[in-house]
Design a protein around this ligand. Structure first.
Ligand SMILES: NC(=O)c1ccc[n+]([C@@H]2O[C@H](COP(=O)([O-])OP(=O)(O)OC[C@H]3O[C@@H](n4cnc5c(N)ncnc54)[C@H](OP(=O)(O)O)[C@@H]3O)[C@@H](O)[C@H]2O)c1
Length: 275
């Protein structure tokens, strides 16, 4: 099975990364969380997703200090900081907190009130300066993506990070096909439904057939489409190891059929869920 997705410029990365929302909040969990991130990195889950909003960039910087070159670091700028000059400052702040000289992928977290042109101009300059290596967006629907791609050099947008899991399939109607057609990889956030799919009784029967857990089935399902990177957050080492094994689960036609009955695909356009 292929475990890699390919960016527009030919670079490749594992289809399973690591989210960090809510990490670094409770001091007593910090050691285990850093251990969990290291476990994932050692297994090849080298994409680490953070954001200025998560208020944990310092902890992530500490976690990756000794293995920075192995890691594909993603951070995000808040929409209220996405004006040209403010964004440059926001990026500098993130770099300082992350204790690094470059962010591998810098995203606009969600749509705010500044013109996309201004955000793209700042992204391109930051890339030119080597402070970010790629830029992308998050929580953007088809019409927003079309606006981004219409901006000069807007087609260098590397990803769209969106909510996607078995319980949130709305994007299958038009956004996922649009991204596939336009060669924009998708980062699926909350792929375990913020933990709820790990408890799903509905997934238990399929999980048992694969000698797997419901969380592993939920992740294998998200990653079955080409061009999708799943970024589960797991603050426990055991969860990271479990999630890694989802890469090796081959769901069957019958599994997909059952999952479609329990978690139906959208039949019409739905508003984009998430932020
Ligand atoms: N761009 C955006 O607007 C946006 C929005 C939301 C999230 N995100 C990103 O996407 C990442 C993932 O989304 P998320 O954190 O919302 O939800 P998620 O990854 O679907 O779920 C995280 C929860 O699932 C639990 N979990 C993970 N693996 C498990 C397993 N194998 N068995 C049982 N429980 C398991 C975690 O527990 P433990 O921590 O205890 O292991 C945690 O409570 C975020 O951390 C963030 O980086 C981006």
């Amino acid at each position: 099975m292929e475990h890699l997705i390919t960016f527009r410029n030919g670079e490749q990365i594992c289809t399973l990364g690591q989210g960090t929302w809510n990490m670094g909040k409770i001091a007593s969990l910090r050691v285990e969380e850093i251990k969990a991130l290291h476990t994932g990195i050692d297994l090849g889950m080298t994409l680490i997703d953070t954001a200025e909003m998560y208020d944990n960039e310092e902890m992530i910087g500490e976690a990756v200090r000794d293995c920075r070159d192995k890691v594909f670091l993603v951070s995000k700028v808040l929409p209220q900081n996405a004006a040209y000059q403010a964004m440059k400052h926001a990026c500098e702040r993130s770099l300082r907190k992350l204790r690094t000289d470059r962010i591998d992928l810098y995203l606009l977290h969600w749509k705010g009130s500044y013109p996309f042109e201004e955000t793209v101009r700042a992204m391109l300059e930051l890339r030119e300066e080597g402070k970010i290596l790629r830029w992308g967006v998050s929580n953007m629907d088809v019409t927003d993506m079309e606006r981004f791609l219409a901006i000069p050099d807007g087609e260098s947008c590397a990803v769209n990070q969106i909510l996607y899991n078995l319980k949130e399939r709305g994007v299958e109607y038009d956004l996922l096909p649009w991204c596939a057609e336009n060669n924009v990889p998708v980062m699926a956030y909350s792929p375990v439904g913020e933990g709820t799919l790990a408890e799903s009784k509905a997934l238990m029967e399929i999980a048992d057939r694969h000698d797997a857990s419901p969380a592993q089935i939920a992740l294998a399902w998200v990653m079955h489409r080409p061009g999708i990177i799943a970024i589960p957050k797991a603050g426990k080492v055991a969860h990271v190891r479990e999630n890694y094994r989802s890469l090796f689960i081959e769901l069957t036609g019958e599994d997909y059929r059952i999952l479609d009955v329990i978690f139906p695909a959208p039949k019409h356009k739905l508003p984009l869920a998430g932020w």
